[in-house]
Design a protein around this ligand. Sequence first.
Ligand SMILES: CC(C)(COP(=O)(O)OP(=O)(O)OC[C@H]1O[C@@H](n2cnc3c(N)ncnc32)[C@H](O)[C@@H]1OP(=O)(O)O)[C@@H](O)C(=O)NCCC(=O)NCCS
Length: 180
Amino acid sequence: MTTNKALPKPDTPPNSLRVLREGTPTDWPKIEELIRARPTHFIEAALPDMRRDFERGRTTVLENDGRLLGFVIWKTDGRELELLWLAVAPSAARTGIGRRLVEAVLSRLTTEERVFLKTAALDSTIPGTNFSGAAFASTHQFFAALGFSPTARLNDYWGKGSHMLVFEKQIRPSDHRESG
Ligand SMILES: CC(C)(COP(=O)(O)OP(=O)(O)OC[C@H]1O[C@@H](n2cnc3c(N)ncnc32)[C@H](O)[C@@H]1OP(=O)(O)O)[C@@H](O)C(=O)NCCC(=O)NCCS
């Protein structure tokens, strides 16, 4: 008799090989590489802002065998926690990395904190770049899957035609860091 055990998808590294850790200054070149791999989402002109947020904020990265597969840059003042920049390597997309990164950050929440992020609206355009507001449909689906909902929209926030949506998440007690 043969057994029919489910095998892992060949391109998906086992979760046990994936390491989640705090970012360090030496991670920047690899983070920049991930950003450049997503030209529909991040424009070249935003790189200095991302670098500044990386230097001033907190970063959580996920790597596999020394290869950086995803990162999230975030900041908190104890009242509000903002997810600033997030990306997963296209080759490793849809394997749970984005979820693990965001959940790792949320696990640090205190009860007082509001969690939010700013992202592009689907009808956003930035002429002369590869940026595509339509490409953010999957980004919105991702945040919806993690329990975030759109709560505000500001037109022309990043320049004419570049509209911003705020997504927020209602935090449940199970999202909070354990005390003691
Ligand atoms: C958005 C992003 C970070 C998601 O990371 P990811 O590791 O691919 O996502 P996950 O595998 O953790 O997905 C978790 C859930 O989100 C939803 N989701 C993720 N990608 C999706 C897609 N392309 N279409 C529909 N739903 C999607 C699914 O419900 C998924 O769960 P499932 O795979 O069990 O169905 C990644 O696609 C990315 O880097 N996008 C470009 C940059 C970006 O949009 N950054 C955020 C800017 S604000």
